[in-house]
Design a protein around this ligand. Structure first.
Ligand SMILES: [Zn+2]
Length: 109
């Protein structure tokens, strides 16, 4: 993934006008169950910002030999193995946003 693209989609999947993310594996945060992104970089930032404590206390790895980077990789790896896997599709995102009344991107076309 290019470093340029990630700046286009900082947090929200609706910033994807060209749908370049379609077909990518969606990662879902199992700590809060609310954050989803196909961008691993964004998920890692999310984990670090919101779940640092859980990364240390709630993962099935114990001991001092595991630093925070290892724990983030571990958590993302679990997300990748989650079944059923989900692939990103902007249409699904659209429906979800509409369902939640959060769709501010609608242009009426
Ligand atoms: Zn989360």
């Amino acid at each position: 993934m290019s470093h340029r693209k990630r700046t286009f989609f900082p947090r929200n999947l609706k910033h994807d006008p060209d749908h370049v993310l379609d077909g990518m594996l969606v990662l879902e945060c199992f700590f809060c169950g609310r954050y989803k992104t196909p961008i691993e970089f964004d998920m890692k930032n999310h984990l670090l910002e919101l779940h640092k404590g859980k990364l240390i206390s709630a993962l099935p790895i114990r001991g001092k030999g595991f630093d925070i980077d290892y724990r983030i990789e571990f958590a993302v790896d679990i997300m990748k193995r989650k079944k059923p896997i989900e692939f990103y599709d902007h249409r699904a995102t659209q429906q979800e946003l509409e369902k939640n009344g959060l769709d501010s991107t609608k242009t009426g076309s």
